[in-house]
Design a protein around this ligand. Structure first.
Ligand code: KIV
Length: 266
């Protein structure tokens, strides 16, 4: 049986040159499946707002919704480290809110770490949460909660912006983050940041040189038909399989072919 993965284990993986695998999950059955597949970290992402709740952005996601998803994942008792995303406006308003809301993710949700978006501008928040012994995964580059500032989901850190992203990476490390997600930045910049930092980098749309990779589970399973970014690899196309099963059920019930004696009580 594999052993429970902890923050020190994740740090050791970078030192040992072992790549860190991360996938999202938002509920009990998917947490069991993702953990059974052997990932190192389950991220209860605020992408739940898009792939589960059907919003166009992650901005409407609330603390109560993230707690609901985190508790459901926790009930699967995963060996993977459970990291809960802090939703928009749960930490940007100041260090008191940030600490109180991060504490709720640990105390009520059962998460083992939290993730916050932002670089140098959020270093004070990362520092405050880390100082109360709540491990923080930072998230820089294309930060979906900054969609309006960025004018859409656009690659960040090209050309003269690269130095700013490198500064963000150094600032979150200095503030105490145990790892940093690099999203939507050029592969060369991600490689430079990964070489520069002592903490692990977890890439999404950031090329192959990061210390680990994260993707949204619905994207790799082909359950998100609306939108499929270039950096996603679809490992299976479940949507037509599910639609086919539902259609077969509907046809069989309508035709009186289900249920039969086999599915009935005497
Ligand atoms: O919300 C999320 O799922 C994320 C990852 C895609 C990094 O932030």
């Amino acid at each position: 049986m594999r052993k429970k993965i902890t923050i020190p284990d994740i740090l050791k993986m970078k030192q040992a040159g072992k790549r860190i695998t991360v996938l999202t999950a938002y509920d009990f059955p998917f947490a069991r499946l993702v953990d059974g597949g052997g990932v190192d970290i389950i991220l209860v992402g605020d992408s739940a707002g898009v792939v589960i709740a059907g919003h166009d952005t992650t901005l409407p996601v609330t603390m109560d919704e993230m707690l609901f998803h985190t508790k459901a994942v926790r009930r699967a008792d995963p060996k993977a480290l459970v990291v809960a995303d802090m939703p928009f406006m749960s930490y940007q308003t100041g260090i008191e809110d940030a600490c109180r809301n991060s504490g709720r993710m640990i105390k009520e949700g059962g998460a083992e770490a939290v993730k916050v978006e932002g670089g140098s501008n959020m270093a004070h928040v990362i520092g405050a949460i880390s100082s109360i012994d709540i491990p923080v995964m930072a998230h820089i580059g294309l930060t979906p909660q900054s969609v309006h500032r960025m004018g859409g989901y656009k690659v960040q850190g090209r050309n003269d912006q690269a130095e700013r992203i490198m500064d963000d990476a150094l600032a979150v490390q200095k503030a105490g983050a145990f790892a940093v997600v690099l999203e939507g930045i050029p592969a060369k910049l991600a490689a430079d940041i990964s070489a520069e930092l002592a903490i692990p980098t977890i890439g999404i749309g950031a090329g192959p040189a990061c210390d680990g990779q994260v993707l949204v589970i619905h994207d790799i399973l082909g359950l998100c038909e609306k939108y499929s970014p270039k950096f996603v690899k679809r490992y299976v196309d479940l949507a037509p399989l599910i639609s086919g099963a539902v259609k077969q059920y509907v046809d069989e019930v309508r035709a009186g072919e289900f249920p039969t004696e086999e599915h009935s009580f005497s």
